[in-house]
Design a protein around this ligand. Sequence first.
Ligand code: FES
Length: 125
Amino acid sequence: MYSEKVMDHFTHPRNVGEIENPDGVGEVGNTVCGDVMKIFLRIKDDRIEDIKFKTFGCGAAIATSSMVTELVIGKTLQEAKEISNKTVAEALGGLPCQKMHCSNLAADALHAAIDDYHKKQKVSG
Ligand code: FES
């Protein structure tokens, strides 16, 4: 039921873990199933220098988390903001309909982490 890319990212997820003293953190929960995803960012010169994730969820949630980290690493914050849940699902070669709600976590957590970074900038700047 999953594409090869989904299976690849599910079985070999990229950028799993945590960043110490991150510049931004985003956490979102899926209201449909209760699963949770957390994204940590290291920002340098307005670019995502490093990104890690921790996801407590199904295979599709893990694959979308992994894919979103690969899509945005090295990108500017503006470029990263343009990544949508749909972009992530498409990059994975699509997700089964009943699993589309799982893909909602990835880009939302990324955007929440970027917002957190901007908030922290305002406080310190
Ligand atoms: Fe919860 Fe997929 S079933 S994120």
